[in-house]
Each structure stands twice: as C-alpha cells, then as structure tokens.
Design a binder for this molecule. Sequence first.
Ligand SMILES: Cc1cc2nc3c(=O)[nH]c(=O)nc-3n(C[C@H](O)[C@H](O)[C@H](O)COP(=O)(O)OP(=O)(O)OC[C@H]3O[C@@H](n4cnc5c(N)ncnc54)[C@H](O)[C@@H]3O)c2cc1C
Length: 397
Amino acid sequence: MTRTDTDILVSGGGIAGLVAAAGLAHRGFRVCVVDPVPPVQTEEDPEADLRSTAFLQPARALFERLGLWEALSPEATPLRALRVIDTQGWPPQERIRRQFEPADLGEPTFGWNIANWRSRAVLARHLEGLENVDLRLGVGFAALLTRTAGAVVTLTDGSRVDAKLVVAADGRNSPVREAAGIGAHSRTYGQSAIVFSVAHDLPHDDVSTEIYNAGGAFTTVPLNDHEGRPASAIVWMNDNARSAELAAMSPEACGAEATLRSVGVLGQMRLLTPRRVWPVITRTADRLTARRTVLIAEAAHVLPPIGAQGLNTSLHDVATLLDCLGEDPGAPEGLERHARIRGRDVTVRAGVIDLFNRVCRSDFDAVVRLRSAGLRAVHDIAPIRRGVMRAGLGATD
Ligand SMILES: Cc1cc2nc3c(=O)[nH]c(=O)nc-3n(C[C@H](O)[C@H](O)[C@H](O)COP(=O)(O)OP(=O)(O)OC[C@H]3O[C@@H](n4cnc5c(N)ncnc54)[C@H](O)[C@@H]3O)c2cc1C
C-alpha cells in the first residue's frame, strides 16, 4: 500500500476542484487532486457534461490571476447583454421585455460562456503541467481520519495520503462532507432542468435571454457558431413531469416546443446535442469547515440554475480560500475566517435564488403581475438596476 505526503488533498476534479487546485498550487502548496471520473475530450462522449457555464467578470479576474485565462479564452463566447422576457399562458404570451447592458456598469461584457466539458479538459491539462500538483484521475476519496495536526485520506485504490488540509469539491453528494460528519439541508421543488444545445435561425448577438413562464426560467446562453449557424445552450426549467415529457419527445418535436417556449426570440430552434435532465434543488451544508477540512462549491451549496450563480458562487469560495489560508493551510484560524466570509454570502445568495425561482415559475395571475411589475421597476430605476446587476455579478457587500 503506497502512502504519500502532501500539503492539501482536493477531493473532486470538477471545474471548482480543478480551479481550487490551480489556485492552491499557485500559492506554493503541494496539492494532490483525486477524482474517479477523468475529464472527457469530446462533446460526443456519453459522459460529457453538456451544461455550459456563464463565467461572470470576477471569475475572469481569478482565472487571470492563476494563469488560466489564456487557455480558457479561445473556448469562451462573450455575454454582451442579458435580456429578460416575462410571459404567461401556453403558448406563452409576452408581457414585458427588458435588456440589461454591462456598459451601465462600465464593463464591455457580463462574462463569458464555456461548455463545462471543455473547461474541465483545459483545466486538467493545465494541472498536468504543474510540478507541485499530483493529479490522480480514475481514483476517488474513500475515507477520512483527521487529527489536530493533519488528516489521513484513504483512496479507492487503497493508497493513503497525509495532508494538512482536505478540500471537499466532490459535488452535491460530497463523500468528504459525509465522512466529516457535516449535515446538509435540502429544498426540493418538484422541478428539473432539461439541458441541450440548439442551432437557430436568428443571430444571438452575444445576448443571453431568460424567459419566465409556468414551470420556471427558460434560458438561452450564446455559444460559438455551429457549422456556420448561430448556436445557443438551453437550460429549461419545468415541473418534473413536463421535463420527462420533453426528454422523451423526438428531437424535432422538442425543438418545436423550444421555439414556442422561447417566443421565437432566436427563430426556429434545432437540437444539436442529446438532452440531459438535472434535478433542481437548493442544498446548503450545515457548516463549511470541520477539523482539517473545508467544503467548497456544490459540496457546500447547490443552487437552482438561474442567473449563472452556481459555479460563480463556487469560484468566490476558491478566491476567499486562497486569501484566508496561512502557512499551515489546515490551521483553524484560516478555516474559521473562510467560513465566516463565505457562510454569510452563501446564506443570502441561496435565500434570494430560492425566492426568485419560486416567483419565476408561478402561473398565478397575481404573482405574474407582481413579477412583471418587479422586472419593470428593477430595470427602469437606474440605481436599483445597477445594484441588482452588481449583486448578480457577485458583489458581496
Ligand atoms: C442545468 C444547470 C445549469 C447550470 N448553469 C450554470 C451557469 O451558467 N453558471 C454557473 O455559475 N453555474 C451553473 N450551474 C451550476 C454549476 O454547473 C455547478 O455549480 C457546477 O457544475 C458544480 O461544480 P462542482 O465542481 O461543485 O461539482 P461537480 O461538477 O459535480 O464535480 C464534482 C466532482 O467530484 C467528483 N467525485 C464524486 N465522488 C468523488 C469521490 N469519492 N472522490 C473524489 N471525487 C469525487 C465527481 O466525479 C465530479 O467530477 C448550473 C447547474 C445546472 C444543474
């Protein structure tokens, strides 16, 4: 049985875990990353995560600081504006449409959209080139023993790693969270998000659109052209029964429903990828740290996919962790400071997104009227508009 020694073990090589590992290595720590599932190299791979992430402005700042942006930027499509359309009934009738512009905040874009499977592949390649990173793909976390001075982690291949700190980035059902004895509170909505990419007739002009109707938000996120035609990623939230119905339809029928649901904002839609259904939940860990352990990303918080908050919130975890850790990365003072800063932001963000999701999916006349009036007020009153946009980009004060 092999036994190695490192400063930090990162459990989970999803996007958040890989960015955390790059950041911790950048700070000079020796880092070991484990994940049972290696990144895929093509979109056609059945394991490919077909979701895309709209990385907002602060994410780019972090990527630049860690030397990751150069490798990621060729894959990125800019988000030059956010259009919000409120609709009611079926087929959806448009009630109000507003567009939010980053120029209002003095920025050229809100962020950049990149397919998840691509980000993961690029990040893993970056880590492979770093001397102080031991990247172990195909092997996972199995067990945890913590003491005051360090942690001993057993991996699924039976090997052991001694570390001063264990970072749990191993997803919504985090095995490290469980091993550390940290509980989590979940809220379910009977709702799921169906995800796929489409080609469409009209150009997206690098604008992302959120369209509200019963069941939840329908979001289009601009992608690079596909075979010379404009393309977008779709995240379509529905009650579970409707998501199952859409997933079972022929691609042509689903494209026609998507065209109807999008009030034709991008013209006719044609599916380019398989469909994948994700349950929509809010889940927050009861604590963000335990002895020699810290939870980040979906191990710590899962949010409904609205307003590109999920992974962007996770990158705030990474940035804060990098600022808080001292020479001994698992020392309690640094972990407590991290938990104080991130705990506050995660609680507020989870509460706001939960409420927002409930309002967005309602078809009650009074709520729909309130929703339209709210959108009008948020957009048309400049100081509110700018405040909401700043909060959406991740401002925490
Ligand atoms: C439909 C949808 C659309 C979204 N769109 C956006 C968006 O536009 N913008 C945004 O910011 N967020 C978005 N999100 C949220 C975002 O996708 C998630 O926050 C993010 O993918 C989760 O990243 P993660 O690294 O925490 O978890 P994961 O990506 O789940 O990674 C966890 C990793 O842990 C690994 N693992 C599991 N078990 C073990 C083990 N025993 N040992 C070691 N590793 C293990 C897994 O293999 C996996 O690679 C969206 C979410 C959904 C559902």
